[in-house]
Design a protein around this ligand. Structure first.
Ligand code: BGC
Length: 467
């Protein structure tokens, strides 16, 4: 083949594709900034407004409530407006929400601003992975989804760093407001993004779809093949809700996606993401040590995600999930025990911090990225958008539940019992994984769909165990 003659066009197309995907992955960065930014601000907000823990829980969780609502409406929005315009809208709302957070004049205003920020991120967390799957060429699709999780963890880390920098002056308004700057860059990026060819075809805008696809692929044969492929897929249109009502097998895969997201959140990951400084205060650290250690948590989360990306297609989903839940159960059990025994000596304090870091590694290499991957793998094509919307909605709802109850749990049953509770849940998830989660490594989505729809047990819809 004349690879040399094609080289410039193909290289240009590859660069356009990578740039497009990088921009969409920036949505992951926004997700992470949103999650990370609040942890450093709560103590200062609490002091300035003289509010109790219950109100702080509201301020933290309003974002997740907004995100759940945003994710619930995102399917409709991205079908009606298109992927690109939905992402532009969410980026604009993100900028407005973060500026409002920085300017908040009362706790209620802060709750409102966090709600808006959440709406933005709910729309983006549904639309961006979908956009990625629609524009990324097949051979890099897996890596792209991994990149998305990586960007989430990068966002969290950057937010923790900026919290650290502003913590010396207690400038919580700057902590919350400054993420408007990456938000504005994201908005600019989204403005130059091409619309998804799949959505254009869905709207019958064939020529525009072909033009964009040839810019992205740079090879007429590939473009023709993909256009035909998308067209064939569109002949089996999305009937998520109808399928859900009529088909028991589809209800099972939706339930699996929902259960996976509930498990991901009930590992307790966001307890650490939202309240790390508070936890480190409980261990006996002063403000500066709290913020530094929180930044180390963010860095650990980011670095461990690389391990997950490297391992996921080699070891398979289930072994990684078993190991992850076991590590999380043991480390949280140890944190609870330390809280019970007391952390008065530096050795005890650092051991507790080390156990929390082990927990983070356990999450970031397993349930963090894998749950998102599994959630899109197990849904049949005709109901995929609906199934993913349901599980994303539940991710945010469960996330809110965790954020809205942590301080009450600490105040109610105490530090030790709270961590033991989460340790126990992680232990239970090993059993849930064994009983219901399929192994999807190296299995095509068509195969999974065939077995699901033929009524095989959920744990058998992926790779079958050798006899
Ligand atoms: C989860 C988030 C979490 C993040 C931490 C994501 O997979 O959905 O809730 O904050 O990982 O890295």
């Amino acid at each position: 083949m004349n690879a040399i003659a094609l080289a410039p066009a193909a290289a240009r197309a590859r660069a356009t594709t990578l740039l497009t995907c990088a921009l969409a992955a920036l949505a992951g960065l926004m997700f992470g900034l949103d999650i990370g930014v609040i942890s450093g601000a709560t103590a200062f907000v609490q002091a300035e407004f003289a509010i109790d823990d219950r109100t702080i829980e509201w301020i933290v969780s309003a974002m997740m409530l907004g995100a759940a609502l945003g994710a619930a409406g995102a399917g409709w929005l991205s079908a009606a407006l298109g992927r690109k315009r939905s992402l532009v809208l969410s980026a604009a709302l993100f900028v407005a929400g973060s500026l409002l957070c920085g300017l908040a004049w009362s706790p209620a205003a802060l709750v409102g601003a966090r709600l808006a920020l959440g709406l933005a991120i709910g729309v983006a967390t549904f639309t961006a992975p979908m956009y990625l799957a629609e524009v990324a060429p097949e051979h890099i699709r897996g890596a792209m989804i991994g990149t998305y999780q990586l960007m989430i963890t990068l966002g969290i880390f950057v937010a923790f760093l900026s919290d650290l920098a502003f913590s010396y002056t207690g400038a919580w308004r700057w902590m919350l407001g400054i993420i408007a700057i990456p938000g504005a860059l994201f908005l600019l990026g989204m403005l130059v993004l091409p619309e998804s060819p799949r959505w254009l075809l869905l709207r019958g805008r064939r020529e525009e779809a072909a033009t964009i696809l040839s810019r992205l692929r740079g090879d007429d044969a590939v473009v023709a093949r993909e256009m035909a492929g998308i067209q064939a897929q569109l002949e089996a249109p999305q009937h998520g809700w109808n399928l859900f009502r009529r088909n028991r097998n589809f209800r099972r895969s939706v339930a699996l996606g929902v259960a996976l997201q509930v498990m991901q959140q009930l590992t307790g990951i966001n307890v650490i993401m939202y309240y790390a400084p508070r936890i480190f205060a409980g261990v006996g650290f002063g403000t500066s040590a709290q913020m530094w250690t929180t930044a180390i948590v963010g860095l650990t989360n980011l670095l461990a995600t690389f391990i997950a990306i490297a391992l996921v297609d080699r070891l398979g989903r289930k072994p990684i999930l078993y190991a992850g839940f076991a590590v999380m159960a043991v480390s949280l059990g140890a944190v609870g025990s330390m809280m019970y025994l007391g952390t008065d000596t530096p050795a005890a304090q650092w051991f507790t911090v080390a156990m929390l870091l082990v927990f983070i590694v356990g999450f970031a290499t397993s349930a963090g990225p894998l749950v998102w991957t599994l959630c899109s793998e197990v849904q049949p094509l005709r109901g995929r958008d609906f199934g993913i919307a349901c599980s994303t909605f539940v991710n945010w709802t469960a996330n809110m539940l965790v954020g809205a109850t942590f301080l009450s749990l600490l105040n109610g049953i105490g530090h030790a019992a709270t961590f033991w509770l989460y340790a126990g849940l992680n232990l239970a998830f090993i059993l849930v994984t064994a009983l219901w989660v399929p192994e999807t490594r190296g299995v095509t989505l068509e195969q999974i769909e065939r077995k699901l729809m033929a009524g095989h047990r959920l744990r058998d819809i992926g790779r079958c165990r050798r006899p």
